[in-house]
Design a protein around this ligand. Sequence first.
Ligand code: NAP
Length: 304
Amino acid sequence: MIYNRIALIGLGLIAGSIGLAVRKRGLAGETTGSASTAKSREIARNRGLVDHVCKTNAEAVAGADLVILCVPVGVMDAVAAEIAPHLAEGATVTDVGSVKRAVIDAVAPHMPGYVEFVPGHPIAGTENSGPDAGFAALFENRWFLMTPTESTSEAAVARLQDFWEGMGALVARMDPDHHDRVLAVTSHVPHLIAYTMVGVADDLRRVTNQEVVNFSAAGFRDFTRIAASDPTMWRDVFLNNRQATLEILGRFTEEIFALQRAIRRGDGEHLFNHFSRTRNIRRGIIDAGQDTAEPNFGRSAGGL
Ligand code: NAP
């Protein structure tokens, strides 16, 4: 047991997975949680995501020595303001938001001096959201990035690290701005590209009469999985990581124009060299144990 009482604000995919993992691994004396709608609170209660489902965020954080903000990035400010007067002395407040600089700017000013704030981001998720989506194994062998501020005590950071390692995660520390640039490359812009491609295919479908759906091969299907991700969460990611995503999108646009020119000019060497380089990146991800080497992610059927 690492904390006596853990409060989860929000009871969606990430909070639900934390709640189930905490119980399975005995990491807390008890857990509380709150969500904005009665429906989500009821599902959370039925699934046993936490020990006590509370009606208000203030009720959930009372007496907690760890509070985890598991809400969309766009409401972090309002939630932090709401819970601040109810936080216990000596409590650690952390979050799981996909963007770090904007969350720090939104949450830190509300935190009383007697509370430790340790921002963080688990690099784990699925395209599903809500209180039905969580599962205890979500964080196993996945990274949790901590972006502590200068005022955070080392003891609070170390304890939070023990907690995430207790859930089976790998933990690293990172500067928040660096985090936002890295995630723009590895997650945010890829999601935008998937959203774009699926939108283009949907427009074409009107012309080609169901062909896009009927002959949906693995490449496109992988895009559709990513493009099914929660619209609120992803709207907030782009609104709050504007600078880094625009920078990476600029580079992406340059690169796609270079590939476009190579296709037009019949420059097979350019295409082959580019595809060889990217194939090696996939190998690196598999070697780092962050994905399966099985063809087509181990799915039984599917073409290219
Ligand atoms: P989610 O499944 O949509 O859950 C969000 C939860 O927040 C819902 O339970 C929602 O309640 C609750 N909520 C919204 N406003 C609230 C408020 N004012 N007070 C209390 N609860 C409130 O989202 P998620 O995927 O778990 O994402 C949560 C956070 O984790 C986001 O910041 C996201 O950026 C980050 N994250 C997501 C992933 C991913 O792949 N999904 C990965 C890493 C990090 P209702 O259900 O009642 O509306």
